[in-house]
Design a protein around this ligand. Structure first.
Ligand SMILES: [Zn+2]
Ligand SMILES: [Zn+2]
Length: 236
């Protein structure tokens, strides 16, 4: 059994030696709530879809990308911080490159919200760069009131579209409550109330990928296509 800290998928998903991949489990536990399991996915059995690909610029002007922009051929990152590195970052997948990487059994996603993330590298810097993926098991939720459909990693508490929330019902006296005491007892008759969910739930699993980019001991950027989070002094 692997150490859980190492069970997430970084560049190791592509068979790349990378001393940074120990940082891959940073977001594990985020979804550690009702109905949710973070699967320990065998590294070799699972490939993350690529929404961003890495690129790096050396002090002699050389530019390298994770996939050859003309052919789509993948490249290994190699050493954690190769000598002469001046700049490194993640670029969003493009529709053109997406078509090319398919020939190499790579899969991609093009997001219209994605924008490049870049950092400068000084000679003594140790770069942290990794792609951290999880399969989230949750529910596809359909609101009975407004028909809105959304993903939820846990029991949904509110419809994000119309705001409807679950109610509690006493079947003995037909009373409806917005909330009940922890005992779930009816205030009138003392029977146990049951929750009425205004949602249809279907089991659903999806992929969440977080991208990491930083300098060890200085700062760490973590981002998804939904936004950028900077951790000033990561406790790694
Ligand atoms: Zn709704
Ligand atoms: Zn009652």
């Amino acid at each position: 059994m692997r150490n859980p800290r190492h069970s997430a998928v970084a560049f190791s998903s592509k068979g790349v030696e990378n001393s940074n991949w120990e940082f891959a489990a940073l977001v594990a536990g985020t979804w550690n709530t009702l109905l949710v399991t973070t699967l320990a996915v065998p590294v070799a059995a699972f490939k993350l879809s690529v929404e961003y690909f890495w690129y790096r610029v050396f002090d002699d002007g050389r530019v390298e990308t994770e996939f050859d922009l003309d052919t789509g051929q993948p490249t290994k990152w190699g050493l954690a911080t190769p000598p002469g590195l001046e700049e490194v970052g993640w670029r969003p997948m493009t529709p053109e490159l997406l078509q090319k990487i398919i020939a190499f059994q790579e899969f991609g996603v093009v997001s219209n919200r994605a924008s490049p993330v870049t950092i400068k590298v000084s000679p003594d810097d140790d770069v942290i760069i990794a792609r951290d993926g999880m399969i989230i098991k949750g529910a596809l939720v359909k609101c009975k009131s407004c028909q809105y459909v959304f993903r939820s990693p846990k029991q949904p508490e509110i419809c994000p579209a119309c705001g409807i929330v679950p109610k509690w019902k006493c079947d003995t006296c037909n009373e409806l409550y917005d909330t009940v005491a922890e005992s779930q007892k009816c205030e009138l008759c003392g029977s146990t109330c049951r929750v009425i969910l205004p949602f249809f739930l279907t089991q659903h699993a999806w992929e969440e990928v977080t991208y990491l980019l930083g300098i060890r001991g200085k700062y760490l950027n973590k981002f998804t296509s939904n936004g950028l989070i900077t951790v000033p002094d990561p406790d790694l």
